[in-house]
Design a binder for this molecule. Structure first.
Ligand code: FAD
Ligand code: FES
Length: 289
């Protein structure tokens, strides 16, 4: 009999039990960031796993625990999900020891998502820093699979150095498409580099790009300091606050509004986020995210 998740194996309805997924591909993005492609092992026959760009999940290594990552692949690519994770602690270290064929638990999808339908017919500018390209990539690939429904698409992606840029193969593909304007930047360069992109911090490069706010959405994701200054630049360029969206990464435990771990004031980031518009952020205490 096909089963939906471990809860159904045990015949115990428990919202904390994960689905089982199997690693079918591994890509080393940088020295400490790795991407897994995961296929669900136990969805009921004929059933597909559904999610929206911007949502996240809790990925588990049995015996070690769970960690929260966004789903980095597009919902339009239904045969698998992908996550990209940086090795920082217990669970991410255990994940790095896994190989193709090994099992990873997955709970989700959780949280809200990018307002894709509201963006139809608009220009889109994606602004990503470091591993912050992961949630953007889900939306970018989603939009590219529906390309005719959107106007101009620009991507500004930056990292500390060339070796910190993730998704290099995909960046190369995007740079070769005629229907995307891809700008890459690094904070600094070694003296003997053949780098053809920009050198400078993302908010500075964004200022020189000077994107028009006319019928445009900006989607920003990266380290909190980069998000803060990029939003400031976008506001100076007269992007309306309700057309700037970002994602927050407050620490989480349950993922669906039960434990109170992720809140900013009365707002549960796991339920009302992780995607927020800039006008919504203005109403949250800044010290909490
Ligand atoms: C909605 C959301 C989406 C995320 N998406 C990604 C993703 O796509 N890729 C990715 O690599 N990471 C992502 N993160 C962060 C990720 O959840 C943590 O890095 C991860 O849980 C660390 O697990 P660990 O057990 O290896 O580290 P731990 O052993 O728990 O901690 C190691 C160190 O990291 C710190 N830490 C742990 N979690 C966080 C956090 N949320 N914020 C700041 N510091 C933290 C700890 O204080 C400690 O210093 C996301 C977080 C959220 C909430
Ligand atoms: S993570 Fe438990 S309430 Fe948000």
């Amino acid at each position: 009999m096909e089963i939906a998740n471990v809860a159904q194996v045990a015949n115990v309805p428990n919202i904390y039990y994960p689905y089982l997924t199997r690693i079918v591909d591994i890509v080393d993005e940088t020295d400490d960031i790795r991407t897994f492609r995961l296929q669900f092992s136990n969805l009921p026959s004929g059933e597909k796993f559904k999610f929206r760009a911007g949502q996240f999940g809790l990925y588990s290594v049995f015996g070690y625990g769970e960690a929260v990552f966004c789903i980095a692949s597009s919902p339009t690519r239904e045969q698998y999900i992908e996550c990209s994770f940086k090795k920082v602690g217990k669970v991410t270290s255990a994940l790095r020891r896994l190989e193709v064929g090994d099992v990873v638990g997955f709970r989700g999808p959780y949280g809200n998502y990018f307002p894709l339908e509201d963006m139809v017919g608009s220009n889109l500018i994606f602004i990503g820093g470091g591993i912050g390209l992961a949630p953007l990539r889900s939306l970018i690939d989603n939009v590219l699979d529906l390309r005719s429904q959107f106007r101009d698409i620009s991507i500004l992606y930056g990292a500390r150095s060339i070796k910190d840029l993730i998704y290099q193969e995909q960046l190369c593909e995007w740079s070769q498409r005629g229907d995307i304007d891809l700008v890459q930047t690094v904070d600094s360069l070694p003296a003997t580099s053949t780098w053809k992109g920009k050198v400078g911090l993302i908010p500075q490069v964004l200022t020189t790009m000077n994107p028009s706010p006319e019928n445009s959405w900006a989607i920003v994701c990266g380290p909190p300091i980069m998000i803060k200054y990029s939003i400031e630049v976008l506001r100076k360029l007269h992007f309306p606050a309700n057309r700037i969206v970002t994602t927050l990464e407050n620490r989480m435990k349950c993922g669906f509004g039960k434990c109170g771990r992720c809140n900013i004031g009365k707002t549960y980031v796991c339920k009302e986020g992780p995607v927020f518009r800039a006008d919504e952020l203005q109403n949250l205490p800044e010290s909490d995210f």
